[in-house]
Design a protein around this ligand. Structure first.
Ligand SMILES: Cc1cc2nc3c(=O)[nH]c(=O)nc-3n(C[C@H](O)[C@H](O)[C@H](O)COP(=O)(O)OP(=O)(O)OC[C@H]3O[C@@H](n4cnc5c(N)ncnc54)[C@H](O)[C@@H]3O)c2cc1C
Length: 352
C-alpha cells in the first residue's frame, strides 16, 4: 500500500512528465491516470531558462501550483521563482525573452489550470514583507491625526490590518479577514463590508515591463469593483503606501473581532477554496442568488458549491481545475436561465 507522500510524488512526476529536465521536445509515454487521478501531462517544453543560476531566491522547476493556491488546485509551472529582492525580478524581466510571466501572491483568488503554466511564475510569498512603523502627520483644516504606512506587497493583508490597529489607525479593520497579500489585494481592489483597499491607497511602487522601478500616485490609478486600473499593465507591485486616520483602538479591535467571527460562521474556512467565485451583480449578492436556486452542495467531480456560502466553491479532495470551471459554467447557465443575470467571475483563471 502506498502512503500519501508517495501517492503525491507519483502524481507530481506524472503531471510534470519531464521531472527536472528542460528542453523536453519529445513526447513520452506516460499513463493517463495514476492511482485513479487524471494526469494532464505536458507534451513539449516551449521555453528554456539558462539564466536561472543568476537568481538569488528559491527556484522550483515543474512545481505543482496546487501547493501554492488556497484551493489546492493547479498543475506544474515550468519555473516557479521566489525572488529574494527587486534585483531578482529585474534579472527575470531582462532574460525572459518572450516567455510569459505570471504573478502569484498568496494564491487566494486564483485558479491555475490542471496542465499548469508554460512560462515563469513569480511568487511574492517570501519577499517584500516589511510593514514599516506609521509616520503620523496632521492635515490642515482637519482635526485629528493621520498616518502613512509603507508596506511591502508580499505582506499579508491580515498582518497589515493588525499592525494598523496596534497604532490605533482606522480604515482597514474590515479587511482583516482577507487572506491575500497586499499586492494581490491592490490588484483585485479587494474589499469587505463596504471598505475597499483603493479607499486608503496613497501610492504603489512597481517593477514595470522594462524592469524599471516606478512609483505611481493614487491619481494615476482608478478603482473599480474588484479591480484596480493602471495607466498600462499593472507590472509587479513591490510596495505601497496607505493613509489611515487615528481612531479609537478598542473600537478598531472590536470591529476586527466581529469581522473575523462573522467570517468563521459564514465562510467555509476549513475546506480549500479560493474565496468568492463570482462578482456580486449590482444591487444583489451572487451567493444569495445561487442559494435561492437550490445549488448549495451541488458538485461536479470533487468540486462543490459550499453549503456555508453559495458563492464559494470548495475542493472536497482531489478536485481538478476542470471540475471547478465546469461547475462555474453550470452555475452561470442556471442563473442566466432562471434570473436572466449574467454572473461574472471574480477569481483569476490562469494557464491553458
Ligand atoms: C477564505 C477567503 C476569503 C476571502 N475573502 C475576500 C473578501 O472578503 N474580499 C475580497 O475582495 N476578496 C476575498 N478573498 C479573495 C482574495 O483573498 C483576494 O482577492 C486577495 O486580494 C487576493 O490576494 P492574493 O495575494 O492571494 O492574490 P493571488 O490570488 O495570488 O492573485 C490575484 C491576482 O493578483 C495578481 N497579483 C498578486 N500579487 C501581485 C503583485 N505583487 N503584483 C502584481 N500582481 C499581483 C495575480 O497575478 C492575480 O492576477 C477571499 C479568499 C479566500 C480564500
Amino acid at each position: 500500500m502506498l502512503n500519501e507522500a508517495w501517492k503525491r510524488r507519483l502524481i507530481h512526476i506524472a503531471h510534470s512528465g519531464s521531472g527536472k529536465e528542460f528542453n523536453l521536445k519529445t513526447r513520452m509515454a506516460f499513463p493517463k491516470t495514476v492511482l485513479g487521478q487524471k494526469i494532464h501531462q505536458r507534451k513539449t517544453m516551449s521555453y528554456t531558462f539558462p539564466w536561472l543560476h543568476k537568481i538569488k531566491g528559491r527556484v522550483l522547476q515543474d512545481e505543482l501550483l496546487a501547493s501554492h493556491t488556497s484551493i489546492q488546485i493547479g498543475g506544474p509551472a515550468d519555473v516557479l521563482i521566489f525572488p529574494e529582492d527587486a534585483q531578482d525580478i529585474q534579472t527575470i524581466i531582462k532574460n525572459r525573452g518572450k516567455t510569459p510571466i505570471y504573478i502569484l501572491g498568496e494564491g487566494t483568488n486564483l485558479l491555475a489550470s490542471d496542465r499548469g503554466i508554460r512560462g515563469i511564475v513569480i511568487s511574492l510569498k517570501e519577499c517584500f514583507k516589511e510593514i514599516k512603523r506609521p509616520l503620523f502627520f496632521k492635515k490642515e483644516k482637519e482635526g485629528g491625526r493621520r498616518a502613512i504606512i509603507k508596506v511591502g506587497a508580499g505582506a499579508k493583508m491580515s498582518y497589515l490590518a493588525k499592525h494598523a490597529a496596534k497604532f490605533s489607525l482606522t480604515g482597514i479593520e474590515n479587511l482583516v479577514g482577507i487572506p491575500g497579500s497586499l499586492g494581490g489585494v491592490i490588484i483585485m481592489n479587494a474589499g469587505a463590508e463596504g471598505t475597499e483597499i483603493g479607499s486608503v491607497l496613497r501610492s504603489v511602487t512597481r517593477i514595470n515591463r522594462n524592469g524599471e522601478i516606478e512609483k505611481l500616485k493614487r491619481e494615476d490609478l482608478s478603482f473599480e469593483y474588484r479591480k484596480t486600473a493602471f495607466p498600462d499593465e499593472a507590472g509587479i507591485l513591490i510596495e505601497a503606501e496607505i493613509e489611515l486616520k487615528e481612531g479609537d483602538r478598542s473600537e478598531i479591535m472590536t470591529a476586527m473581532d466581529r469581522h473575523l467571527s462573522k467570517r468563521s460562521q459564514t465562510q467555509p474556512l476549513t475546506i480549500p477554496n479560493s474565496g468568492s467565485i463570482f462578482k456580486n451583480p449590482e444591487g444583489d449578492a451572487a451567493g444569495r442568488i445561487i442559494d435561492s436556486l437550490g445549488l448549495k452542495g451541488y458538485s461536479i467531480g470533487k468540486a462543490g458549491i459550499s453549503i456555508r456560502h453559495a458563492n464559494f466553491i470548495v475542493n472536497k479532495g482531489g478536485a481538478t481545475a476542470k471540475d471547478v470551471t465546469e461547475l462555474i459554467k453550470h452555475v452561470q447557465k442556471e442563473v442566466k436561465e432562471k434570473t436572466n443575470i449574467d454572473l461574472q467571475t471574480e477569481i483569476v483563471i490562469i494557464g491553458d
